[in-house]
Design a protein around this ligand. Structure first.
Ligand code: PLP
Length: 348
């Protein structure tokens, strides 16, 4: 095969613009060859079940899927009945970036709440958590939070506990979209379970692709209730992978040792460096706390397009000129410094 791209190309567009981590690619090679059972009846998926218990504790189950959208839809379907609605932030990926899949494919009404920083709190949840027994109202039966959030902020364990205690007291369950859970855990120096199971979360969409997998996401559940019907829902949502050994082998590469933390911590450190480099430039405003691997920043309009041409990134709010700069596991100090130097040269 002829290579069709520049293998040294780097962007700040998204952590899924990055390629795959070499250790993940090696795991794919090691898992190939020979015949093993399909649809999860393979030794890699069996070993992954053990590793998930090591990471999240007894009773934790991981079901591999193909996409994060699929993980979210299946996990939420398993958490709420047909008449259930789910409270989320207006910035939540489930609401803004999944083509309406939770609502269209999952049949789940989303009840949204604006937040300043992407994080839900008990008070914010209460804006939508009412009307149980009212036959006219979608029944709020779950909350979904994102960690790290779509705005690059991170919930502390106490903030998550406040959400789960409140939701559970109201009879609602809690799902956590952990497409970037590794970044949050690495940022706080905590194990994955501290931000999920130990903080009272019922189920998690545990990401892989954004942290160096070729492809593969998963749903992690901590009780039979949270996993009810999940294996059937996964198939119905077209998320059941036949050659599952390859998704499981990638997750093993990430979770068996500390690759998940190394990769996420590296991306986070680059975001901190990027924000520090940009913060003092004239006309630049960092708009969100840089807790994980994203920097949200307002840049003077005249520099956006030249910078974008060299480094590629996405607009977040065209009205204010806010853009999102994402760092990946393979972002280096040199990539960051080149961006900052280019910005400085354009601004001064
Ligand atoms: C917070 C969040 N959740 C879920 C996803 C998963 O999306 P996909 O269906 O593209 O794998 C993403 C991807 O950008 C995300 O940022």
């Amino acid at each position: 095969m002829t290579r069709l791209h520049d293998p040294s190309a780097h962007t700040f567009a998204s952590d899924n613009y990055a390629g795959a981590h070499p250790e993940v690619l090696q795991a794919l090679v090691d898992a190939s060859g020979g015949h093993v059972g399909s649809y999860g009846a393979d030794p890699y998926t069996a070993r992954l079940r053990e590793v998930v218990v090591e990471q999240f504790g007894e009773g934790a189950e991981l079901d591999p899927v193909l996409t994060g959208t699929g993980a979210n839809v299946a996990a939420l379907q398993a958490l709420v009945p047909r008449w259930g609605a789910v409270v989320c932030a207006t910035t939540a990926h489930v609401y803004t970036d999944e083509g309406g899949a939770p609502e269209r494919l999952g049949g789940i009404k989303l009840l949204t709440v604006p937040t300043p920083d992407g994080k839900l709190t008990p008070e914010l949840i209460d804006r939508q958590a009412f009307g149980w027994g009212d036959q006219q109202r979608p029944q709020p039966l779950a909350v979904t939070i994102t960690q790290s959030t779509e705005l690059g902020t991170v919930y502390t364990p106490d903030e998550i506990r406040a959400v789960t205690d409140h939701a559970h007291a109201l009879g609602m369950r809690v799902h956590l979209d952990g497409a970037r859970l590794a970044n949050a855990a690495a940022a706080l120096g905590l194990p994955l379970r501290a931000l999920t199971r130990d903080a009272g979360v019922d189920s998690v969409s545990l990401g892989g692709t954004k942290n160096g997998l070729v492809l593969g996401e998963s749903v992690v559940t901590f009780s039979e209730e949270a996993r009810a019907g999940l294996v059937y829902l996964r198939k119905m949502d077209a998320q059941l992978v036949s050659k599952m050994r390859f998704v499981s082998a990638q997750f093993l590469a990430m979770l068996e040792g500390d690759l998940w933390r190394r990769s996420a911590a590296s991306a986070n450190a680059r975001a901190v460096r990027l924000a520090a480099g940009l913060a003092d430039l004239p006309g630049v405003t960092i708009t969100q706390s840089v807790d994980a691997n994203a920097v949200f920043v307002v840049l003077p309009r005249e520099v956006v397009e030249p910078l974008r041409a060299a480094h590629h990134f996405y607009d977040w709010d065209r009205q204010t000129g806010e853009v999102r700069l994402m760092c990946s596991f393979d972002t280096t100090d040199e990539h960051v410094d080149r961006f900052v130097d280019d910005a400085r040269a354009l601004l001064t």
